[in-house]
Ligand binder design. Structure first.
Ligand SMILES: C[S@@+](CC[C@H](N)C(=O)[O-])C[C@H]1O[C@@H](n2cnc3c(N)ncnc32)[C@H](O)[C@@H]1O
Length: 389
């Protein structure tokens, strides 16, 4: 019987600033409310839960199985704590063992030392258990994270593989793309609902409209990709059944009003390709168009935008003029709500309106602000009007 056959703690990591959204996602999936500590949400579960979380969490970075928790103020204590884990039941004899480390407010803070001591302890435990002299490390990769917080060590086994932002639909890179997990968090935290008009005026490779369509159709975010836990040799096969269960809940033939515009036709070509891969092309209207020309016949809707910004694209007066024109275009849209992610701290000045809410976010380690400009709630009549922006 291995750890994979029973219950264990599961640690879900999420980006700073979006913990509350991930928490709500967990609760929507039927898990109890758990506190977020340092970007981690920890809950109890088994391998089925590992599959459910990896497949469905749109805003989480990774899902890990907690192998051990102990206190360590010295490298000896770290070694002993890790050596006490029964790795033989977790890893295969040929496992490729990758160790990563994190430390915060702790006596053990040299990450490369934490990594190398941890690796030594794992290798020694495997060699002693297998009564072997060497580990070939030619097989499946197992990524083990040593996280030290206030001298408390958590040893986590990564079950995700690639970060969960890698959905599998964005195979080509466009300039300054939005992280899929962050895009999903912004949409989930907005007034967006399946029956509301949605526009991304600077859609680039299509991330926001595609994530909106995946959310509106209840399509699991991990449908197209593989996960590390599928290759765990000592673990039961759980994913096919979980996939079947959640994919049966996908809403087919939905009536959505999602649009994406970009001034560059190459971006629109890419956005269309990505939407096809994601299986949501039929729901999104992509068009090459300057955002200054955007109009909508809907009085209410959601605009989500990641306009070009200084650090990642060429800056200057042109950018300021673009933001001013963006503000004018948005002002013509009656009661719409607009959510803008940018690194520009005085964006509101150019946009011409004070945000109703501002929050700090990180898009691929870049500090950004999310400015929310909120419209009035839609009236029933408008909500039922026919689709297409
Ligand atoms: C930061 S990128 C958006 C990236 C996108 N969120 C993604 O995930 O790929 C900004 C986009 O704005 C587009 N853009 C610049 N000026 C524009 C304009 N006047 N109207 C519409 N799009 C414009 C650029 O072509 C670029 O694709």
């Amino acid at each position: 019987m291995s750890i994979f056959d029973g219950q264990f703690k599961i640690s879900v990591s999420t980006a700073s600033g979006i913990e509350a959204v991930t928490k709500r996602e967990l609760m929507k999936l039927g898990y109890p409310e758990v506190p977020a500590i340092n970007g981690r949400l920890v809950l109890d579960g088994d391998m089925r839960d590992v599959a459910v979380l990896n497949l469905n969490l749109r805003t989480a970075n990774r899902v890990r199985i907690v192998l051990a928790e102990f206190k360590a103020e010295t490298f000896d204590e770290l070694f002993d704590g890790i050596y006490s884990i029964d790795f033989k039941d977790i890893l295969t004899a040929d496992a490729k063992i990758t160790v990563t480390a994190k430390s915060f407010k702790s006596k053990l803070f040299a990450l490369s030392c934490i990594q190398s001591i941890a690796k030594k302890a794992i290798v020694k435990k495997m060699l002693d258990s297998l009564k072997s002299a060497a580990l070939p490390e030619t097989g499946t990769e197992y990524r083990i994270e040593i996280a030290v917080l206030n001298d408390a060590v958590t040893v986590g086994l990564d079950t995700s593989g690639d970060g969960l932002h890698k959905r599998g639909y964005r195979n080509k890179v466009w300039i300054a793309p939005m992280r899929e997990t962050m895009a999903a968090a912004i949409i989930l935290n907005s007034y967006f609902k399946a029956d509301r008009a949605f526009i991304d005026p600077f859609c680039g490779s299509g991330t926001f409209p595609i994530e909106a369509a995946l959310i509106a159709t209840n399509t699991p975010s991990g449908t197209l990709r593989n996960f590390a836990f599928e290759d765990f040799k000592n673990a039961p096969t759980v994913l096919p059944k979980v996939k079947e269960e959640f994919e049966s809940r996908i809403i087919r033939n939905a009536e959505l009003r999602i649009s994406g515009f970009d001034i560059d036709s190459r971006a629109i070509k890419l956005a269309n390709e990505h939407a096809v891969r994601a299986g949501v092309k039929e729901y999104i209207h992509f068009e090459t168009q300057d955002m200054r020309k955007i109009k909508s016949r809907f009085a209410h809707g959601i605009m989500v935008a990641n306009p070009p910004y200084g650090e990642r694209l060429s800056g200057g007066n042109e950018l300021i003029q673009l933001y001013r024109d963006f503000g004018k275009m948005f002002a013509s849209l009656n009661e719409w709500s607009c959510y803008v992610v940018t690194t520009v701290m005085n964006f509101e000045k150019y946009f011409g309106r004070k945000a109703d809410k501002t929050r700090k976010l990180y898009n691929s380690e870049l500090e950004c602000r999310l400015y929310s400009f909120l419209g009035a709630p839609p009236k029933r009549k408008d909500e039922n009007s026919s689709p297409k922006s």
